[in-house]
Design a protein around this ligand. Structure first.
Ligand code: PLP
Length: 391
């Protein structure tokens, strides 16, 4: 009954594992869950007020497909003031989470069989989004180059079918943040070979002390005119359930994204759009700064704790986002061990849930989220240490 495309598409492994852990927790299991991809902070009050006001005022109808004008203006302004990206409100398409923007962008940019180059480790959904659009993911392993794609590696994988370079800085799952010179070097290759850059910058506001975020489209007009920037409210404002993301794209791409969206899902929820608008225009900076400090402290706890656990090797200091990516080969004792079996052991014997790296293109790593409380981080590391000692 199913199409080949549907048969080849597995359910999201991260969502499935998260659901499994949540059902174990609901059954009373004593588990510390480090698999999640969302911050434990609440929705900012300003955003919740914006939503309540929208409901009270009856702003509960279809909105323009690309989103309400004031939200598109506020996003364009935010990109300009915070990230140095200049674009017009007409270039902004608001979507049902960044996920929808990403899922649609490959359909808009690629002919069937076109190739999309992406570095591994990658966010689990990227290859499936590319395949669903009829394009071909070309994965470049970056474990030997500090989890960063180099211009040489990029160049070596370009073929006449290459259409898109997909970047994600700060990265889920590795936490690496590319510097401006690194991005410029990659962008120059993209310009030379006429590639479009899709830059997933959803963690761009969550960069830790010591690192600086650079938006690809801020590198200059020659780069901006071939770059689609993806962002959203899920991570910056801890508003995962509101489902508001966006693409900032060259005019024709924004129009095509709007057309696809118009025929599939229409605009995202009007109420959520007003919440997002209030988050952007309200006085949320103090609260965001407090959260950034807290996240930085959690990162330090995770990093310092892991450095005292030698069989686990933190693969680089996470510079942005909220994940630590750990090489677990030091824990292998059985011939068929992999990150999957280590994750299962940690869940069953230590009561700590971590995300195995196979579906991120890194089968010897696990991902630990530090989007949880400091107490949970300390307790999880304590449990992992006790398990490592006893095994
Ligand atoms: N891009 C990356 C790299 C992510 O990690 C996520 C969520 O985990 C998304 C996009 C999707 O975010 P949203 O909730 O806005 O759909």
């Amino acid at each position: 009954m199913l199409s080949t495309r549907a048969r080849r598409l597995p359910a999201s492994s991260t969502a499935a594992l998260d659901a499994h852990i949540k059902s174990l927790l609901a059954g009373g299991a004593d588990i510390i869950n480090l698999t999640g991809g969302e911050l434990d902070f609440p929705t900012p009050e300003q955003a919740a007020d914006g939503a309540r006001e929208a409901i009270a005022a009856g702003r509960t109808r279809y909105t323009p497909v690309a989103g309400i004008g004031p939200l598109r203006e506020a996003i364009a302004q935010r990109l300009a003031t915070r990230w140095g990206v200049s674009c017009e409100p007409a270039q902004i398409v608001t979507t049902n989470g960044a996920k929808q923007a990403l899922a649609q962008v490959f359909t808009v940019l690629c002919e069937p069989g076109d190739e999309v180059i992406l570095p591994a480790p990658y966010w689990v959904s990227f290859p499936h989004m590319i395949t669903l659009a009829g394009a071909v993911p070309v994965v470049v392993d970056t474990t030997g180059t500090g989890f960063k794609l180099t211009p040489e590696a990029l160049r070596s994988r370009i073929t006449p079918r290459t259409r898109v370079l997909l970047l994600n800085s700060p990265s889920n799952p590795t936490g690496v943040v590319y510097g401006p010179a690194e991005l410029q070097a990659l962008a120059s290759v993209a310009v030379e070979h006429d590639l479009v850059i899709v830059s997933d910058e959803i963690y761009g506001d969550l960069v830790h002390e010591g690192a600086v975020f650079t938006s690809v489209a801020s590198l200059g007009p020659e780069v901006a005119e071939r770059t689609v920037t993806i962002g959203g409210f899920s991570k910056t404002y801890a508003m995962t359930g509101w489902r508001i993301g966006f693409a900032a794209a060259p005019g024709p791409v924004a129009e095509a994204l709007t057309a696809v969206q118009g025929h599939t899902s229409s605009a995202p929820s009007s109420i959520s759009q007003y919440a997002a608008l209030a988050a952007l225009t309200g006085d949320t900076d103090t609260e965001l700064a407090r959260r950034a400090t807290e996240l930085n402290a959690r990162r330090a706890l995770m990093r310092d704790g892991l450095s005292g656990l030698p069989p686990l090797r933190l693969a680089g200091d996470p510079q942005g986002g909220f994940f630590a990516f750990v090489d677990v080969r030091g824990l292998y004792t059985r011939p068929d061990d992999g990150a999957d079996t280590i994750a299962r052991d940690l869940l069953e014997h230590a009561g700590v849930a971590v995300m195995p790296g196979r579906d991120f293109g890194a089968p010897d790593h696990v991902r630990l989220s530090y989007a949880v409380s400091a107490e949970d981080i300390v307790q999880a590391l304590y449990r992992i240490a006790a398990h490592v000692k006893s095994s």
